[in-house]
Design a protein around this ligand. Structure first.
Ligand code: DC
Length: 490
């Protein structure tokens, strides 16, 4: 069994994880100690932490080893013990910077997966449930007030037992620790790679007013439940869906959308994956039959999105538009997350359904940073985004659309390519004034991927503006080609 315990600094993860590992005879994996070891080694070698190349080199070559000693876990770097050296204030202050470097994370995640691959383990960190062991049978997101966390750290640093209540500390030092914790929380949860976010199926436990034993008891209950479920599935011969062991409780009790935005579509709970697949199969069959649509150069899109996320942009004339690329991509085993205007969330059924289809809402007319970040994270996880720069459906062929440039910024932030696409004929299905769809053929075409590497402009802002211009121009070129090849079609 794998137990993932994630949460911010000082939430009690280590104490709880160690206690459970000991009691249940599981291995204990302290991933924070690994980022600390890299940080300590860099500092010791006099490496300037802003020199990411040298930091990455350390992370990629470091040998970290854990040993269970009498007084707890001992940490060794290249066979030298560093157990206490990785817990100094200097390491505390610098570790978040090191842990935010994507290549450092890659190297650490690889080590973590290797060490936990074939064993039962309680692993603690920030991204265990989301990245390291996304199939962990039990996922816990442990939180506590920042002040409670600072107090525990202060007690620990003064050599006391943080599990005991009412231990006095040096208030100046505790205030400094509090400030450091707040600063680190911010860096950890806003960094681009694997930020500190709960997995959608994690159970949240607030430990501010709970004793260590109470937290452990809650987690052990979840472990027992997961084990019982696994046993009964084995008995009945049912397939084991490890990702959904704790899902019913957690997803049902939380906001309907939030958790789906941060989770890869392929890691959605089973019911959402079935819902999406069924809808796609039905939509594909119905629309293909009725509108005999085709997507030319689909292969270009499938190839470009095979190993990394791309931003697909498309002109927008009807409600049918998103279904075509989404059906084609999902049936080919890719993930395509449409961006939709959050006005739709006013309708209960759409508010429930759209997140489960992988769609991400955007507040139009504002710089919706939250939506940008969500899209960026999805792209970085290898999922593609579908966005309509025209913002709304263009119902008259001669209407001048107002382009919303968020797509280029999204691509820039995630270092993703943009794929222009066009649709023609969908407006003829329900022309203005008509309500019932008419069976007309619909044509789509995919253009070549556009990369920021090929954009000449200097400076980030200028590049985004230039990319927005070039990509939109390509999208309209494709649309005009289709219109010319199918005269009279809109
Ligand atoms: O849990 P800790 O305080 O020992 O973690 C030290 C730092 O390492 C913390 O700032 C966040 C980072 N970390 C991380 O980014 N991912 C993990 N899985 C574990 C820790």
């Amino acid at each position: 069994m794998k137990v993932a315990i994630d949460g911010p600094a000082g939430s009690g993860k280590s104490t709880v994880a160690k206690q459970i590992a000991k009691k249940r005879n599981l291995s204990y994996l302290d991933t924070g100690a690994m980022y600390r070891s890299v940080t300590f080694t860099c500092l010791e070698q006099g490496i300037d932490l802003t020199n990411t190349k040298d930091v990455i080199a350390v992370a990629q070559s470091i040998d970290i080893r854990f040993e269970q000693g009498e007084a707890g876990q001992r940490v060794f770097v290249n066979d030298v013990e560093v157990t206490s050296q990785i817990r100094t204030a200097q390491v505390d202050q610098n570790v978040s910077t090191v842990a935010a470097i994507p290549q450092v994370r890659e190297a650490m995640v690889e080590l973590q997966r290797k060490s936990g691959e074939k064993i039962d383990v309680v692993a603690e960190g920030r991204d265990i449930g989301t990245v390291v062991f996304p199939n962990a049978e039990v996922k816990v997101f442990l939180t506590a007030d920042a002040s409670a966390r600072a107090h525990r750290r202060a007690v620990e640093r003064e050599g006391g037992n943080a599990a005991k209540q009412d231990v006095a500390t040096d208030s100046v030092q505790e205030q400094q620790i509090l400030e450091d914790i707040v600063r680190r929380d911010k860096i950890d949860s806003t960094r681009e790679t694997s930020p500190l976010v709960p997995a959608f199926d994690a159970i949240h436990i607030d430990s501010s007013n709970l004793s260590v034993d109470e937290v452990c008891a809650q987690i052990e209950k979840l472990m027992d439940k997961a084990a019982a479920k696994k046993a009964s599935e084995l008995q009945t011969g049912a397939t084991i869906d490890t990702s959904s062991v704790v899902e019913q409780q957690s997803v049902a009790s939380k906001d309907t959308g939030e958790l789906y935005y941060e989770t890869k579509v392929q890691d959605f709970p089973l019911h959402a994956r079935i819902f999406l697949k069924v809808l796609v199969v039905l939509c594909n069959a119905y629309t293909k039959l009725k509108y005999r649509w085709t997507i030319e150069n689909l292969e270009t899109l499938l190839t470009a999105s095979a190993n990394r996320g791309v931003v697909v942009i498309m002109n927008h004339v009807s409600f049918l538009d998103p279904f075509l690329p989404a059906c084609a991509m999902i049936l080919a085993g890719r993930s395509l997350r449409p961006i939709y205007k959050d006005d739709f969330n006013r309708f209960g059924i759409l508010h429930w359904a759209l997140p489960r289809l992988g769609a991400i809402p955007v507040a139009r007319g504002t710089a919706d940073i939250k939506a940008l970040r969500r899209a960026q994270r999805a792209l970085q996880k290898g999922e593609s985004i579908l966005i309509y720069p025209e913002g709304t459906r263009i119902r008259k062929p001669d209407q001048i659309p107002q382009i919303h440039g968020g797509f280029a910024l999204m691509a820039k932030m995630a270092k993703a390519d943009i794929i222009p696409m066009a649709i023609v004929g969908a407006l003829d299905i329900t022309p203005p004034g008509k309500h019932y769809p008419r069976p007309k053929k619909v044509y789509c075409r995919v253009g070549e991927p556009l990369s920021f590497k090929d954009i000449k402009a200097k400076g980030r802002k200028e590049q985004v503006v230039e990319m927005e211009r070039v990509a939109t121009q390509k999208m309209y070129e494709l649309r005009d080609q289709l219109r010319a090849e199918h005269p009279g079609r809109k």
